[in-house]
Design a protein around this ligand. Structure first.
Ligand code: MG
Ligand code: MG
Length: 254
């Protein structure tokens, strides 16, 4: 694990803030009739106009600036020419690299009116992210974060994706440790102060099994039921985690 200095945390905060603003730009236009690849272009332009580069583009060959994952897609969706329609849900995951440091955050948007069942999945997944963040304090363990997310979601009948997890980040998008969204209280690595991690619950309406599509990227639920994903970059502190990314620019959030 790479513990960050306050100067490094400040740079990650700047990158994470730009991610939050980019998601805010996306939120202004996202809706029925919008083409996914247009959202990607908008995000890339905004990121570059702000002196940064898209964090995902080219990473392991990923072709776009945003991961856009629709309905039964969990994560790693490639923006396509698909036109959004009322009732869709869409996870928009954004990373930027600025001043040599990454920021990473994701938000799942409801397109127009969605069913109460899906609205509840989104609300629960977002709430579970904050349940996890509450446990990200120095001296706690990795398992405390996952346990908190898992019990909160499973108590409401949802399932937690196991194969994909949160992660440390800094000069690299993915650093140690892995941060699973499931786990046992009091187990796993002790969280040190100034550890920067991305916490990102991926929660399914149906069963937890997933598979990868033939595009080599998109992860979908095996049962074809919807999945939600919310993510913040945070820094572990003594009494309360500090959230470095933000949803404050997202239309409808406040
Ligand atoms: Mg992400
Ligand atoms: Mg991430």
């Amino acid at each position: 694990m790479i513990i960050k200095t306050e100067e490094e945390i400040e740079l990650i905060k700047e990158s994470s803030l730009l991610v939050g603003k980019t998601l805010g730009e996306v939120s202004k236009v996202i809706g029925p009739g919008v083409v996914l690849s247009d959202l990607d272009k908008l995000a890339e332009t905004f990121i570059r106009d702000n002196g940064a580069v898209p964090g995902f583009k080219g990473l392991n060959g990923f072709p776009a600036s945003l991961c856009i994952s629709l309905n039964e897609a969990v994560v790693h969706g490639i923006p396509t020419s698909y036109v959004l329609k009322e009732g869709d849900i869409v996870s928009v995951d954004c990373g930027v690299l600025k001043n040599d440091f990454f920021g990473d955050s994701a938000y799942t948007f409801a397109i127009g009116n969605v069913s109460d069942e899906i609205r509840n999945l989104l609300n629960t997944t977002k709430s579970s992210l904050y349940k996890g963040i509450e446990k990200a304090i120095a001296g706690n363990r990795i398992g405390d974060i996952g346990h908190s997310i898992q019990t909160f979601c499973e108590d409401q009948g949802y399932s937690v994706v196991r194969e994909l997890v949160g992660h440390g980040l800094g000069r690299s998008l993915h650093e140690s440790p892995e941060v699973p969204n499931y786990g046992r209280r009091g187990k796993g690595t002790v969280l040190p102060e100034n550890l920067v991690i991305a916490i990102e619950p991926m929660i399914n309406l149906g069963k937890r099994s997933i598979k990868q599509l033939n595009d080599g990227w998109t992860i979908v639920t095996k049962d074809g039921l919807p999945s939600a994903h919310f993510e913040h970059t945070i820094v572990v502190r003594k009494n309360k985690a500090e959230v470095l990314s933000t949803f404050e620019f997202i239309k409808g959030e406040n």
